[in-house]
Design a protein around this ligand. Structure first.
Ligand code: ACO
Length: 313
């Protein structure tokens, strides 16, 4: 028996806030259209900041709060589909910025919007084989760099940001995790590698159908494994923040009480692999996520890929 114990979190959003009204100056859209279909009012876009800058800032915050030094970190993973470079990985550059030791296992992983939970699972496994006690798991995205800013169907959905967690392997805890992939080449596709401009292509309705199916399925599987009858036996559900309608649809189908499913996409849009750690950090800082609480997380995205985890905070 062993589980990842998240000791502390951090987050970093780029300074520049872009509202739906501002996007309406570039493309034919409106705050009413975007908010009613997605729950998004605004997002942050990088100007000067790189993905590495965001990752460093979120990671430093998480390490400071965990009281972890560079010598404590044996694994450093960055979940991203928008790294600054194809190589070196953001994780390698983060190692340098944070002064992590040479024997630290550092790499990027791409599981789209499910990336943070794939990172948590991978870090937990790798920690069994490192002399250092902690892992750093970061989700960091600069999606504004790969978007077609003239495509109103996608440019209103995404935002940039990073979230980070310091994780320890705890033999006295248990957790449940589920993972899946459909090998879908088309429903969400980002061109590359290759010369910019890149662009996100998405079949929004297919993604919606996929998302509500696998989020509900993952939650039911995790509840069953934990021996829980009702979703309301949980303290908190943190889904990937793609779209409020996906979350509301699933919450209703499962008979969830008001407020059980956390939502913050109104302020950040869809930040892909960063969305769950950003949400966790907001909750912790607000005092809404406390030790002992049972929290369920579900990520879903390109691939079509998904992951869920149920653990005690
Ligand atoms: N503003 C105004 N009108 C718009 C906009 C916009 N920003 N975008 C599209 N439209 C128009 C379209 O042109 C279309 O017009 P038409 O009927 O004249 O052709 C009309 O609105 C309907 O377009 P759809 O793409 O069919 O819009 P839909 O109602 O499906 O909503 C959305 C789009 C919000 C993306 C929806 O499909 C959805 O919720 N998908 C879920 C997937 C998702 O959230 N993906 C995001 C990221 S992927 C991930 O993280 C997993």
């Amino acid at each position: 028996m062993s589980a990842p114990h998240i000791l502390a979190t951090g987050r970093c959003l780029p300074e520049r806030v872009v509202t739906n009204e501002e996007l309406n100056q570039r493309v034919d859209t409106s705050d009413e259209w975007v908010f009613s279909r997605t729950g998004i009012h605004q997002r942050h876009f990088c100007e000067e900041e790189t993905g590495l800058d965001l990752a460093v800032s979120a990671a430093r915050q998480a390490m400071d709060r965990a009281g972890a030094t560079a010598a404590d970190i044996g694994v450093c993973l960055v979940a991203t589909f928008t790294p600054d470079h194809a190589s070196p990985s953001t994780a390698c550059l983060l190692q340098r910025e944070l002064g992590l030791e040479e024997d630290t296992v550092c790499f990027d992983l791409n599981a789209a919007c499910a990336g943070f939970l794939y990172g948590l699972k991978t870090a937990h496994a790798l920690l069994s084989d490192t002399p250092r006690p902690c892992a750093l798991v970061v989700g960091a995205e600069v999606i504004s760099r790969v978007m077609d800013h003239t495509d109103r169907g996608t440019c209103v959905l995404f935002g940039d940001g990073a979230g980070a967690a310091v994780v320890r392997r705890d033999a006295s805890r248990r957790w449940h995790a589920v993972f899946g992939t459909r090998g879908d080449p088309d429903s969400i596709r980002v061109q590359g590698p290759g010369p910019l401009p890149s662009a996100i292509h998405m079949d929004g309705r297919a993604v919606f159908r996929f998302a509500v199916e696998v989020v509900e399925q993952s939650i039911r599987q995790l509840l069953e494994r934990e021996g829980l009858v009702s979703i309301n036996d949980l303290d908190l559900v943190v889904c990937h923040q793609a779209n409020a309608r996906i979350i509301d649809f699933v919450a209703k189908r499962l008979g969830a009480r008001e407020g059980l499913f956390f939502k913050n996409m109104d302020r950040y849009g869809n930040t892909s692999a960063a969305s769950i750690p950003i949400a966790l950090d907001e909750l912790v800082q607000a005092g809404a996520l406390r030790p002992g609480m049972r929290v369920l997380m579900v990520g879903f995205g390109g691939g079509l890929t998904w992951a869920g985890a149920l653990l005690e905070w």
